[in-house]
Unconditional design. Structure first.
Length: 410
């Protein structure tokens, strides 16, 4: 860790607290993007009640899919990789052009793209171009860090880099979608972003960090994270995406993933984690995965009988249930630790987290209710998520522009 510590001390002397650690700007940009996109989606759902739309340039469902996959999570991943990545790899933190330029370009691209939903295709393309530059810069910076590392164990980092490259391929598919108005390209973008990029990154980070955090807290627990587990989870995610593109039954893959992820949650000591709230936040988020793939399995079996059931419930069990709640858990932990505050969930943070869990359950179960209820429940879930994210972000903001409470670098 000597290389990392030497470079980290340089950040500590920076006169602007916002620039003292690479995660600060990226997390701040991620909060802005999350609030902007959730506010926009809430407004769009409300507009649907009047028979109008706020996104005439492209169908709102397509815009929602792109923005929810690329608009929120990659910015927070940027902050995490710029901070934790060099520690894992005992390498220099990113240079200023990266930890400043990457999140600014990505957020700027999202802003322009969102404006383009009303102003026209040229704005969409300019926004996507700016976002793609930032995303490519993130990959270049992380790969530079990875290739310069002499750390003995780099497999997690290589997997993350490969997943980001698939995410970049998804942006390429988004270009084809926007230029040719090709629905097939949009589905390719969706599957690359979800099954090739986001889920593999989340799974890899969980494989590395959850057993480690648990071992530090749960008495007598020995970390369980065999490499075969990671490869099986990644293989299942990629297989789901590939089979989805081939439009053949998915339920056998999903059934295996249901059992594997349920067993993993048990082996990682979900029940024991409930005694420590900050750790429980991570484990409860992971517990959504076996639920999601159980829903996918049932949906596939019913589809084989000609029954269309569950709608987008399985998808939202992953994106809202797993991704969003895990994001809140990880970002809270990193923000607390790097602001010099105790690694403990306050009563407010815990309540906000449980509210997010309830909203995730509401969004998932909405597709199991009568269709007449859907519009109102969609709006309720979206506005609820917006309010929770605003309250959660308000509690974190000061940690990004103030020096650490303990006076240490970071």
């Amino acid at each position: 860790m000597s290389n990392y510590r030497g470079f980290a001390m340089e950040y500590a002397t920076h006169p602007f607290a916002l620039l003292r650690a690479p995660h600060r700007i990226a997390f701040l940009a991620g909060l802005v993007a999350a609030l902007m996109l959730m506010a926009g989606w809430s407004a769009e759902l409300i507009a649907r009640h009047t028979g109008t739309t706020l996104t005439p340039t492209v169908p709102s469902l397509f815009a929602h899919g792109f923005l929810m996959l690329y608009g929120i999570f990659p910015l927070f991943m940027c902050g995490f990789l710029f901070t934790a990545g060099p520690k894992w790899l005992d390498a220099a933190p990113p240079p200023p052009w990266a930890y400043l330029g990457v999140p600014v370009a990505m957020l700027g691209g999202l802003l322009v793209w969102t404006v383009g939903l009303s102003l026209g295709p040229l704005w969409l393309r300019c926004g996507l171009a700016l976002y793609s530059i930032g995303f490519t810069g993130l990959i270049a910076s992380f790969v530079r860090c990875l290739l310069s590392s002499q750390a003995a164990e780099r497999r997690h980092a290589f997997v993350v880099a490969a997943a980001f490259l698939l995410g970049l391929a998804g942006l390429g598919a988004a270009w084809i979608w926007l230029l040719d108005n090709d629905y097939r390209a949009w589905t390719l973008m969706r599957d690359l972003a979800l099954w090739g990029f986001l889920l593999p990154v989340f799974l890899t980070i969980c494989h590395r960090m959850l057993p480690f955090f648990s071992a530090n807290v749960i008495a007598g627990y020995r970390p369980w994270r065999p490499w075969t587990l990671l490869y099986a989870m990644l293989g299942g995610s990629l297989a789901h995406g590939i089979v989805s593109q081939l439009q053949i039954p998915l339920w056998p893959i999903d059934a295996v993933l249901t059992l594997l992820l349920g067993y993993t949650s048990w082996r990682w000591r979900l029940v024991a984690s409930l005694n420590v709230k900050l750790l429980a936040m991570l484990h409860l988020a992971f517990a959504w995965l076996p639920i999601a793939f159980a829903l996918y399995t049932l949906q596939g079996l019913l589809a084989g009988q000609g029954i269309d059931a569950f709608g987008y419930a399985p998808l939202h069990a992953i994106t809202v249930g797993f991704f969003l709640t895990m994001l809140i858990a990880f970002v809270s932990r990193v923000s607390l630790g790097h602001s010099g505050r105790p690694l403990a969930a306050s009563t407010l943070l815990w309540r906000l987290y449980l509210t997010t869990q309830a909203l995730a359950a509401l969004r998932v179960t909405t597709d199991l209710t009568p269709a007449a209820w859907h519009p109102s429940l969609y709006v309720l879930a979206a506005i609820g998520c917006l309010l929770v994210l605003a309250a959660w972000g308000r509690g974190l903001l000061s940690s990004y522009w103030r020096p650490r409470a303990d006076g240490r670098p970071g």
